[in-house]
Design a protein around this ligand. Structure first.
Ligand code: AMP
Ligand code: ZN
Length: 138
């Protein structure tokens, strides 16, 4: 299924040009137009899923191996020291295009941390209460 109003559906289908790194019957991998570092790639399924909660299992099973293949190529081709695999779900998490995509970002030892947080602390009992709330919804 595709969404006629979705830019990533059009890019994945080849209707809007992109710098394509890889393509098969299920995915197109393109360069991000606003890269965190040169070579920043986006894995786009050719079917429309708004985020990871809608992602079909057949697609899900292929995404991490594909990310590993891209990250390995970024290391070899660009001399990257590592790579991040990042995937945002919902506006609060930074998602701006609501067609599932995974970012594969080449990283260098000199880069500032990309995902950093100040470690917090739970009040007494809060950690177990939080775990229980989440478990009940699974
Ligand atoms: P996210 O914030 O996870 O939804 O990521 C969306 C990403 O898509 C951003 O990093 C944008 O730079 C990128 N992007 C948006 N439009 C295009 C486009 N037409 N071609 C390539 N990358 C795009
Ligand atoms: Zn789409």
């Amino acid at each position: 299924m595709r969404d006629e109003n979705c830019i990533f559906c059009k890019i994945a289908a080849g209707e809007i040009p992109s710098s394509t790194l890889y393509e098969d019957d299920m995915f197109r991998v393109i360069l991000d137009l606003g890269p965190a570092n040169a070579g920043h790639a986006l894995i786009l399924p050719k079917e429309h899923f708004k985020d990871v909660t809608e992602l079909d299992e057949a697609y899900a099973a292929k995404i991490l191996p594909l990310a590993a293949k891209i990250g390995t190529a970024q290391r070899k081709a660009l001399g990257a020291d590592g790579f991040n695999v990042v995937q945002n779900n919902g506006t609060a998490a930074g998602q701006t295009v609501f067609h599932f995509h995974a970012h594969v970002i080449p990283r260098y030892d000199t880069d500032a941390p990309m995902i950093a947080w100040e470690p917090g602390k739970y009040a007494d009992g809060e950690m177990e209460q939080t775990a229980e709330k989440i478990r009940k919804e699974m």
